[in-house]
Every structure is written in C-alpha cells, then in structure tokens.
Ligand binder design. Structure first.
Ligand SMILES: *Cc1c(COP(=O)(O)O)cnc(C)c1O
Length: 338
C-alpha cells in the first residue's frame, strides 16, 4: 500500500469514472462540436450561475487565459504574495500577458477590500494601470484557508466601484464550498471569471474550466487556441469531469475530516514544532530544528508514504479521494514511530 500525500492531484480515476469516459460521445472541439465537452461546459457554467464556460487542459491555462483577457500589456494584477498565479505558473503573468503583479500580504492567503483600496493605483499616466484582482479560494500555499462569502463580496464591491476585473483561482473552490456552506452560484455571482479544477479533489485525470459571461468566454476561446489548448475529441476527458461533478463534491468533507484528525495527532509529536490551522484538506507543518526535512521525507518514503518539503522546515500533506481511513491509521502510526 503506497500512501501519497504529496498532492490531491495524484488520484486515479475509479472504474465507474473510467466507464463514463469509455462511453462518452465525442466530436471535434476546435470545430465546437464536441457534445461531451459542451455538456460539461454548460453544466459547470449553470452550477456557478455563469453564461458560459471553456474546458482547458489545466488550471494554469484557465488562470493564464483569464489574466490575458482581463488585462493589457503593462497593466498590473493585485494578488496575495502566496498566490499560485504569481509563484507556481512559471512567470506566466509576464510571459503570456506582459503584466506585472503587485503582491499583497494577506491574512493566511486572504486579501481584504481595504488592502485593494490601498494597493490600486490612481489613473495618472505615469502609474501602472491596475486592472485585475485575483484571489485564490482555498488558498494553497497558505494551508487551505478559505474566504467567507462576505469577504468575497466585499472585494467584489470594491472591484466594481473601481472598474477592476475580479478573477477567482478556484482550483479548490469545492473544498471551500463544502466547508463554508455557501453555494457555487453565490460564489459565481461575486466574480467576472472563475477557474475550477476537475483533477484535484474531484478526482478526474485532466481538466479545468474557465467560467464567465459569453463575451468573455468568446475571447477566452481564442486565447486558448493561441496558447495551444484547443483539444479535439476531449469528450473522453470531459466525461470524467461530468462524473466528478455528479459524484465527488460532497465527499470532500471526508478529506477535511481526515486532514483534521491527522493534524491533531501530529500536533502532539515532539519533532513537530507547529501545525498550521487545518481548514480543509491541506496540512502544512514545521519540523523542529533537530529534525532534518530531507531525512524526515526519507523516513516516510521508507514506510511507503510519499510527501514533499514545502520550504525550510515545512512539509505539506494533502488528503484526497485515494487517501482512505486505513491509510490514515497507518500514517498516524508511522508518524508516531519516527
Ligand atoms: C493546482 C493549482 C492550479 C493549477 O492547476 P494545474 O492544473 O496543475 O495547472 C492553480 N491554482 C491553484 C491554487 C492550484 O493549487
């Protein structure tokens, strides 16, 4: 039994999901005649109360397309300093869109309306034009914290008042939805565009969707082609997404429960200095100075547990669809034995 806690992207499709994929009706999506892709796009747009959606190979691509459509070269995007769009997309903000990021020190990855007001530039010719605010919910690097609906709405108000576009990197938005208790359509109503992911907690092998109004998605579709993301018989992948939306959202609560239990056990271990608060399915913890992080990861590997370092003394564990109660027990016992 291999236990993989590196990411919630490591899940493999179940037999039922594979069957849905196998049975998919397909066509050519570049000609806009892929029935299963169209079905997934319509389903997800409806879920979030948006007019349209665009199926893409990755969450990096949906974010990067959104940034491209919402900005002009030389503009700036406001985001938290830990944001995925800034840290983990290969410098794509500059590479793809020619825009720069102004980083905000949020509270556990969450930025406030007040911080937007303080960070955005007035419209003088010599100042960088602030055109986009991007938030992440849940916030990965910050340990899976989530925004309240009120916080997302407050940011929305400020963006509307100041004519800033407002994008959600919702790679783990379903984790926030099941934990915070707001609905997908309440989330969708806050934003100009939303990126959602099928291949993390929801367990599909590939795919993210960008959601927005029809005109925005029309432009996004063109950019997707330019970025090389126009796929053909992608319905096999979209079928997995449809299956995931139908079956794998509510069960995310189990992942959160297991993460919380694991964190509780870990906080009493002598070689762990501290465990960050666990709100959803991500556990970030710091080893004390006596425990070398590489040695720690190796000890886990010797017990068939995969994990990765997350900077200095920090390690990140992520729970997911393929992490069972049996694996939880074994992980706890291995950790206690180190
Ligand atoms: C994983 C992730 C992405 C990008 O997803 P890929 O499909 O791996 O490109 C974007 N944002 C956040 C917060 C993520 O965790």
């Amino acid at each position: 039994m291999i236990i993989d806690l590196r990411s919630d992207t490591v899940t493999k499709p179940t037999k039922e999901m594979l069957e849905a994929m196998f049975n998919a009706e397909v066509g050519d999506d570049v000609f806009a005649e892929e029935p299963t892709v169209i079905a997934l796009e319509q389903k997800s747009a409806k879920l979030f109360g948006k007019e349209a959606a665009l199926f893409c190979p990755s969450g990096t691509m949906t974010n990067q397309i959104a940034i491209k459509v919402h900005t002009n070269p030389g503009d700036e995007v406001l985001c938290d300093a830990t944001a995925h769009i800034y840290n983990y997309e290969g410098g794509g903000i500059a590479f793809n869109s020619g825009v720069q990021a102004k980083l905000i020190q949020g509270e556990r990855g969450r930025i406030s309306a007040q911080q937007i007001l303080e960070s955005m530039n007035p419209t003088f010719d010599w100042l960088t034009k602030t055109s986009l605010v991007c938030i992440e919910n849940t916030a990965n690097r910050a340990g899976g914290s989530y925004y309240s609906l009120q916080q997302m709405n407050e940011l929305s108000e400020v963006c509307k008042k100041n004519k800033l576009n407002y994008h959600l990197d919702g790679a783990r938005i379903f984790n926030a939805i099941v934990e915070a208790g707001y609905s997908a359509s309440e989330v969708g109503a806050c934003f100009d565009s939303v990126s959602i992911c099928m291949s993390k907690g929801l367990g599909a092998p590939v795919g993210s969707l960008l959601l927005g109004e029809s005109e925005f998605i029309r432009k996004a579709r063109r950019v997707r082609k330019v970025f090389g993301g126009g796929m053909r018989q992608a319905g096999y992948l979209a079928a997995a997404g449809i299956y995931a939306l139908d079956n794998n959202i509510l069960r995310l609560k189990d992942d959160h429960q297991r993460a919380k239990q694991l964190a509780k056990t870990m906080s009493s271990l002598s070689y762990i200095d501290n465990v960050l608060p666990v709100d959803t399915n991500i556990i970030i913890f710091n080893l004390n100075e006596k425990m070398n992080p590489e040695a720690f990861v190796q000890k886990l590997a010797d017990n068939d547990i995969k994990a990765v370092g997350f900077g200095k003394q920090a390690i990140r564990f992520v729970t997911h669809l393929d992490f069972t109660d049996e694996m939880l027990e074994k992980t706890e016992s291995v950790l206690k034995g180190i």
